[in-house]
Write a protein that binds this ligand. Structure first.
Ligand code: AOF
Ligand code: ZN
Length: 354
């Protein structure tokens, strides 16, 4: 119980960095000796000192860490990155014990931190409040474990499940509260992805004010047949990078803008696209449709979360279905939260193992 109590404090510390550390994890640390908390620290922002170092630096004297216990939500690092390895500071500090929330899935660490501490004679206790510690870094954990970005699928539909009144017609369904909520959701991701139909019919700019990740938000379009033109907002608005995945090499001549990157292949699968995006360092993607894109992601099972906004419209049989095709295998979706947003409803679903 004692370990859980201090790990909870360490998690509280970690959460103080929320929104600032991306693409690095939220990490918190607490130093305890004889049941007294002597030091605390957390990873304050991307590129800054690690939580363990912050906690050690918060001590009033060097002696305090001798024979103390360090509680840290994530396994201490063993690599030299933007800062030197934390295990070196911990070993030099003379700690007796290190209590860890979760192992670090980052291949640069992945158990090496634990091994080095043990080799130095420090007792290591793992998996204290592991699920809580894991949950604060869902995107980071998913990315390092699967080598694919964390994907959220989002769509706004009428009450009868349609996303537009007619094919090729832009239809505004969401109320202002939903519109604002979508802006807030977008800020949690490093990239937004849409298909060429949405890019052409809606002509969105997909800009985001405070995107996660220091490189800013990347706008990604899947345009297999190469239908996009340079006059669309995604190309005239140069504030954020636009990447286009295409199977048509002629697009090169049409899209020559500085902020545009073309990814060409004879055939793109969703998995290959996600692999390329992950290799570029993007840990999370917000997929905003349309119907064909949602269908491809759902049938392939390439999503970790589904957000559906339901609005009080009835569009009838001429309307465009939210999911553009047959569902091959019924997903097992669990409702996590629901919220009324003005005239609309927001539903958050997580796919479960069958
Ligand atoms: C953090 N903050 O408190 C801890 C981290 O690029 P660097 O040098 O900042 O290293 C980032 C990696 O360090 C990160 O992916 C994780 O494996 C490890 N631990 N990172 O940003 C921290 N403890
Ligand atoms: Zn570290």
């Amino acid at each position: 119980m004692r370990h859980e109590k201090y790990m909870r404090l360490a998690i509280e510390q970690a959460l103080k960095g929320q929104g600032e550390t991306y693409t690095n994890p939220l990490v918190g640390a607490v130093i305890v000796k004889d049941n007294v908390v002597l030091g605390k620290g957390y990873h304050t922002h991307y590129g800054a000192a690690h939580a363990e170092v912050e906690a050690i630096d918060s001590l009033t004297s060097l002696e305090e860490s001798i024979q103390a216990t360090l509680y840290v939500t994530l396994e201490p690092c063993a690599h030299t990155g933007k800062t030197p390895p934390c295990v070196e500071r911990i070993i030099a500090g003379g700690f007796k014990q290190v209590v860890i929330g979760q192992r670090d899935p980052n291949p640069l660490v992945a158990g090496r931190g634990v091994a080095l501490l043990q080799a130095a004679g420090i007792e290591v206790i793992e998996n204290i409040l592991r699920d809580e510690a894991y949950r604060i870094n869902l995107i980071y954990n998913h990315f390092h474990e699967t080598k694919l970005p964390y994907v959220t699928l989002k769509y706004t539909s009428s009450l009868d499940g349609k996303i537009a009144a007619k094919r090729g017609v832009r239809t505004n369904l969401s109320g202002s509260e939903t519109w604002q909520d979508v802006q807030i959701e977008r800020e949690k991701y490093q990239a937004i992805l849409v298909g060429s139909e949405t890019a052409l019919v809606d002509n969105p700019s997909l800009t985001v004010r405070n995107p996660q990740g220091k490189q800013g938000l990347t706008r990604i379009i899947i345009d297999r047949s190469g239908r996009l033109t340079g006059k669309l907002m995604l190309f005239t608005d140069t504030s954020q990078p636009t990447w286009v995945f295409t199977e048509n090499s002629n697009l090169k001549q049409r899209l020559t803008h500085q902020h545009v990157r073309l990814f060409f292949a004879e055939l793109w699968t969703i998995e290959q696209i996600l692999m390329v995006i992950a290799k570029e360092g993007i840990q999370s993607v917000f997929v905003e449709g349309g119907a064909k894109i949602l269908h491809a992601f759902i049938n392939g099972g390439y999503y970790q979360q589904l957000l559906s906004y339901v609005t009080p419209h009835l569009l009838g049989s001429e309307g465009v279905d939210a999911i553009g095709g047959a569902i091959v295998q019924q997903p097992n979706l669990k409702l996590i939260s629901m919220e009324q947003l003005g005239t609309d409803f927001k539903l958050q679903w997580l796919p479960q193992e069958k």
